[in-house]
Design a binder for this molecule. Structure first.
Ligand SMILES: [Zn+2]
Length: 144
């Protein structure tokens, strides 16, 4: 007894009954594990080439590690929002910018926590100013 349906978050879910136990695994996970011939590892994710989570055609699924899927997600977002997959997103000024506007050490390829050069400088300047005023950064944030 099984059956599958599209969940609210756009994933196909399957009802699996085994030894009297009912589980609801994601269909893409079942397909990926079937292709691999083993369970997905903790750091492995399924990526949808066309961005459509309900499209389970094998040519639309890529199994990759979590870091690579983060890079793909960022590049796809940049492409969809700016028509340029090479741009990076600054999480402080909320702008898409050329990677050259990011410090190398701060240029997270997945864009997570990445701040552009200008924002990084502002943060440092702000920190220096607060220090000069004798204000701890922590205090400032706890007040807001
Ligand atoms: Zn910025």
């Amino acid at each position: 007894m099984g059956g599958k349906w599209l969940s609210g978050n756009g994933y196909w879910v399957r009802r699996v009954v085994s030894n009297g136990n009912v589980t609801y695994p994601y269909e893409h996970k079942i397909i990926a594990e079937d292709i691999l011939g083993r369970p997905l590892k903790k750091n492995e994710r399924v990526w949808w080439v066309d961005g459509n989570r309900s499209n389970l055609d094998h040519s639309n699924l890529v199994i990759c590690d979590v870091r690579f899927s983060a890079i793909l997600r960022m590049r796809m977002r940049a492409y969809l929002e700016c028509n340029n997959p090479n741009l990076l997103y600054c999480n402080r000024c909320s702008k898409w910018k050329n990677p050259r506007f990011f410090f190398t050490h701060n240029r997270s390829v997945s864009g997570k926590g990445a701040y552009c050069r200008a924002c990084t400088r502002n943060i440092i300047d702000e920190g220096i100013r607060l220090k000069q005023l004798g204000i701890q950064r922590k205090q400032k944030f706890s007040e807001s």
